[in-house]
Design a protein around this ligand. Structure first.
Ligand code: F6P
Length: 549
């Protein structure tokens, strides 16, 4: 039976039709304890969804949908190592990276815990060496700058964590991130850094991604220009990959190859050796605290009943807005600049996982799955797109992220300013400003009636715009790990409701194939291929503009 014809779906559709006029201001007026009833806590984290357009009945009906779709069993399957990634015939065992005590199975039915432990044991002394100045370049000088080269899941997680958790004061080494295929970032870094004291952490699950390998080649050539000894150059390269053979072929010494495994999806790989850059930059304890935070979220997701389960509720709200309220996007708004990379990270996590049109049986879906996830450091967004959130004619549910303890305690006042804005913005989205309120305000401003009536539609705010606020008591490694893992499980839960595979990403392959051929043709100047008029026109235009280069 098609998902939208199932009893739980139909019940939700009927419920939505009956509650179209639900008003948040009225809901709060009717139940002053709504904040307590519609929020959940997990250690240092509070998930407030009281400003969401749902009632207890909505929640019950959404949970009935999750039950109908077998979510409890699917959660057990995830943690039990079942091959949920059916198109690649493997399990998704990222949770085993943060819980070495559970018996997790890999593709061949082997326990993976000892493998995870082996790589952590390899990481620890290397991190010590790197942070204590014992990791030396080809002149014998200590390496001061590390450049993490990767893209997508091999970049976004460590980049987010390094930015989020750094203290703002110089540490023992510097960490730079390069992901851009076009070469601008790497060239700019190389212009500032010294080959004697710089090492490159080449991070790629496949070790074939063209973006990463092009940047790595460029870095290697830069080292080579300063030192002709290939072996010495290799010692300034660190590799993180599932592809040991390729790392060896690239000249990376075995002791500097940090493995991970096929059962770790790229966008779930922060918890593997991909987190090495976080450990080098901030300390191994920081990385291990993040793992612990994620483990707390895992245990919660695995054991909490649905009505208490934060990622399940987050997923259900997402399904509610996308499938029943027609909201095609969700905005993520962190109110600390430390989390400015969080929207990018969640964009890949959600859109690569849920951007699917068929279910696990290969049947075309009759319900939407591919919401647009976007966002920005909230205060900057206020001066860019909040106008549209407040008065635009699309409803965009928002996730506000609020951190209580200031990440930079020396500037508490500005932190307070940001917190005030975060809370006020979610309030404004919800309460809006009615015609009467605007009329009164304009009267007080001394405007005449005609002027007031002409301005009214422009000055009123519809309100009733939903949001959640995730409050962290402080931005610790543990809390960050917990926050990210909660989102991972949210994505998993909604995927299981839609019955899609959140662990593959075949959609990115076609563009990669075509661009390979295009690159060769742009290089050779041969346009004999039968392209459409637009593609051919763009190629010729590019060539005309770069003829003398
Ligand atoms: O192009 C998409 C993708 O395959 C992502 O899923 C992945 O995170 C990224 O590319 C990088 O891949 P790799 O780690 O193999 O270089």
């Amino acid at each position: 039976m098609k998902l939208n014809m199932t009893p739980a779906w139909q019940a939700l559709q009927a419920h939505r039709n009956a509650t179209k006029d639900l008003n948040l201001n009225t809901l709060f007026a009717q139940s002053p304890d709504r904040f307590e009833r519609f929020s959940r806590s997990l250690q240092g984290l509070k998930f407030d969804f009281s400003k969401q357009l749902v009632t207890e009945e909505t929640l019950r009906k959404l949970i009935a949908l999750a039950e109908q779709q077998g979510l409890t069993d699917r959660i057990a399957d995830l943690f039990g190592g079942k091959k949920l990634n059916i198109t690649e015939d493997r399990p998704a065992l990222h949770t085993a990276l943060r819980d070495r005590s559970i018996y997790s199975l890999d593709d061949d039915g082997q326990a993976v815990s000892h493998e995870v432990q082996r790589v952590l044991d390899q990481m620890r002394p290397f991190v010590d060496k790197a942070r204590s100045g014992q990791f030396k370049g080809f002149t014998g000088e200590a390496i001061r700058d590390f450049v993490h080269i990767g893209v997508g899941g091999s970049d976004l997680g460590p980049n987010l964590a390094c930015q989020a958790l750094e203290s703002g004061k110089p540490g023992p080494v510097n960490m730079h991130f390069v992901s851009g295929m076009d070469g601008v970032q790497i060239v700019d870094f190389l212009n500032q850094l010294e080959p004697e004291t710089t090492a490159f952490i080449i991070t790629s699950k496949t070790f074939t991604t063209i973006d990463t390998m092009a940047n790595a080649d460029r870095a290697k050539a830069w080292l080579k220009a300063a030192c002709s000894d290939e072996v010495a150059i290799g010692r300034q390269l660190v590799g993180i990959s599932t592809n040991k053979q390729a790392m060896t072929a690239y000249g990376i010494p075995a002791s500097q190859q940090f493995e991970f495994w096929q059962w770790v999806g790229g966008r779930y790989s922060l918890w593997s050796s991909v987190g090495l850059s976080v450990a080098i930059y901030l300390g191994m304890h920081v990385f291990e605290d993040m793992l612990h935070g994620a483990y707390i979220a895992d245990q919660h997701f695995r054991t909490a009943p649905m009505e208490q389960n934060i990622p399940v509720i987050m997923a259900l709200l997402h399904v509610w807005y996308l499938n029943f309220c027609g909201c095609g996007s969700r905005v993520v708004l962190p109110y600390t600049n430390c989390l400015k990379h969080l929207p990018d990270y969640l964009q890949q996590l959600e859109m690569e996982s849920c951007g699917k049109s068929v279910n696990v049986r290969g049947e075309w879906l009759d319900v939407g799955t591919s919401a647009v996830i976007w966002g920005e450091f909230g205060p900057n967004g206020q001066h860019a797109f909040y106008q549209s959130l407040h008065q635009g004619n699309q409803m965009v549910p928002a996730d506000f992220i609020l951190v209580c303890k200031p990440p930079r305690p020396e500037n508490f006042d500005q932190h307070l300013l940001s917190v005030a804005n975060c809370i006020a913005q979610s309030q404004a989205l919800m309460t809006g400003k009615s015609e009467d309120e605007v009329r009164m305000q304009l009267k007080q401003e001394g405007l005449d009636n005609e002027h007031i009536e002409s301005l009214l539609p422009h000055r009123m705010y519809p309100g009733n715009r939903p949001s959640s606020t995730i409050v962290l008591d402080q931005l610790t490694p543990r809390n960050l790990g917990m926050l990210i893992a909660l989102y991972e499980h949210k994505v998993f839960a909604q995927s299981m409701i839609w019955e899609i595979n959140p662990f593959d990403q075949w959609g990115v392959e076609l563009g990669k194939q075509l661009s390979k051929k295009m690159f060769e043709e742009l290089q050779s100047g041969d346009t004999s291929s039968h392209y459409d008029g637009s593609t051919k026109g763009l190629m010729q235009l590019f060539r005309a503009n770069t003829q003398n280069q």
